[in-house]
Design a protein around this ligand. Structure first.
Ligand code: EPU
Length: 425
């Protein structure tokens, strides 16, 4: 199992090219199931989760070929779902990646049948999929849970008005994809407004779907008989960009996050600026400059456009060495503070009180051996390791590989000292 070895203490300087967004690429690959014509997707980041999604889709009979790579290492994938012959998402894949549940809506809408392993709980919380199921039932699907599998059947789905009990990103995406081929109009109330939902909607529209209101909490989808092929480019990864900007806020220096859009990550930029990072937005990306120790900030995670839960561990790392005390409140997932224990091993002073972490900034962290527990927790630990005195070893770095594209290479190109140790990816 690989680990990162980080020699802390270097300021970060230079340009980092931001990859395609994982959480947009995954649903967009699933959208390929909705048409028998080819969907060509550009700017797909070469991540473990993308490889898992490809394995899942190929296992169902979808062709998923790599048609070249851009200069910055992003893939172009040509998807063709004209010979899908296996309508099952097996436990072995779903258990490693919950986003696998995104095949449920498209399969049911196009083929009238789907069997998807019920995702179990995961490290950051229980994460049920009841809202996905409830929405599909409202559209006429018959669904039963049998031996750990969601078994769904339907004739042509019917448009419905669906109000989810909470804002759910993949729930909104699953229902939006299903509604594209339903008979009649579907209205999704309390829909997720995340930019990745909008990116998926734009791809579906390019395939001939009729969708209005994506990016607001009310999405209206008028079903069509069939979707056609398209050529689509995945949006840049706002969470990857936010992670690099948190890193420079913590280490000091000057980093240009190239290719990312400031309007898609306003809450992160506002908090970093409040903490003292100088932000400069250009048409090509975002500069972050830090010449002094950051100031602690209070953060409360919530659905977009509020501060993203996927940035919580990273901002906590910045707070851990900031001047003053910052409160970090996690409202989306019930167990997303696992990095706290590990950050304490580096000398961070963090107390947890329910959903709130009280982070008292210290002047310096000291390197230690720590363990990554999930994707964003790993990113928080990497930032802490970059500022800590001496060497920090982060075990189980495979969590990071699920969602960050060549992070150690990118950090080293900015002047950090990060080495991958162990037996390959
Ligand atoms: N929820 C339910 N029932 C449902 C669906 C959700 O109770 O049917 C609850 C969840 O347990 C959670 C809350 O609603 O408490 C919100 O969960 P959501 O469904 O929005 O999360 P998700 O769609 O499973 C996506 C991202 C996550 C990101 C969350 C929140 C993808 C593939 N995953 O997950 O990304 O944290 O939205 O923004 O888009 C990551 O990239 O590290 C990651 C975990």
């Amino acid at each position: 199992m690989d680990r990162f070895q980080i020699q802390g203490g270097n300021a970060l300087r230079g340009t980092v090219r931001i990859s395609g967004a994982k959480n947009a690429a995954l649903p967009i690959l699933c959208a390929g199931l909705l048409s028998k014509e080819p969907l060509v997707v550009h700017n797909v980041p070469p991540l473990r989760d993308v490889a898992t999604m490809r394995r899942l889709l190929e296992g169902m009979g979808m062709a998923c070929e790599r048609h070249g790579q851009s200069l910055d290492g992003q893939d172009t994938l040509a998807l063709r779902a004209d010979k899908v012959d296996n309508l099952e998402a097996p436990y072995e894949l779903v258990k490693t990646m919950r986003a696998s549940v995104l095949v449920l809506g498209p399969m049911l809408a196009r083929f009238g049948e789907a069997t998807v392993s019920l995702p179990g709980g995961c490290a950051i919380g229980q994460r049920p999929v009841d809202q996905h199921i409830k929405g599909l039932q409202a559209m006429g699907a018959q669904i039963e849970i049998d031996h750990g599998y969601i078994r769904a059947r339907s004739g042509r789905l019917k448009g419905a008005r669906i109000t989810t009990d909470m804002v759910t990103v993949t729930g909104t995406e699953n229902l939006m994809m299903a509604a594209c081929l339903a008979q009649g109009t579907t209205v999704l109330e309390n829909a997720a407004c995340e930019p990745e939902v909008v990116d998926l909607a734009n791809c579906l529209v390019a395939m001939g779907a009729r969708i209005q209101g994506a990016g607001t909490d009310r999405i209206v989808i008028e079903g069509v008989e069939s979707l056609h092929g398209a050529d689509y480019t995945v949006m840049p990864d706002r969470i990857e960009a936010g992670t690099f900007l948190c890193a420079v806020a913590a280490t000091g220096g000057e980093v240009f996050a190239q290719g990312v859009r400031a309007d898609q990550m306003r809450a992160t930029l506002d908090k970093l600026q409040e903490g003292g990072l100088q932000i400069e937005e250009t048409a090509e990306g975002i500069w972050g400059r830090a010449d002094r120790r950051p100031k602690a900030v209070n953060v409360r995670t919530a659905p977009y456009p509020v501060f993203a839960t996927d940035m919580q561990a990273q901002i906590m790392a910045v707070n851990s060495i900031a001047q003053g005390t910052g409160l970090v409140v996690e409202t989306i997932f019930e167990n997303r503070f696992m990095h706290v224990q590990e950050m304490r091993r580096l000398g961070a002073q963090i107390e947890i009180d329910g959903h709130t972490a009280v982070v008292k900034g210290v002047e310096r962290l000291t390197g230690a051996r720590v363990m990554a527990t999930d994707l964003r927790a790993s990113a928080g630990l990497v930032i802490a390791g970059l500022v800590a005195d001496g060497v920090t070893d982060i075990d189980r770095i495979y969590h990071l590989d699920r969602g960050y594209d060549r992070m150690e290479e990118k950090l080293c190109s900015l002047g950090a000292q990060v080495t991958r140790v162990g037996g390959g990816k």
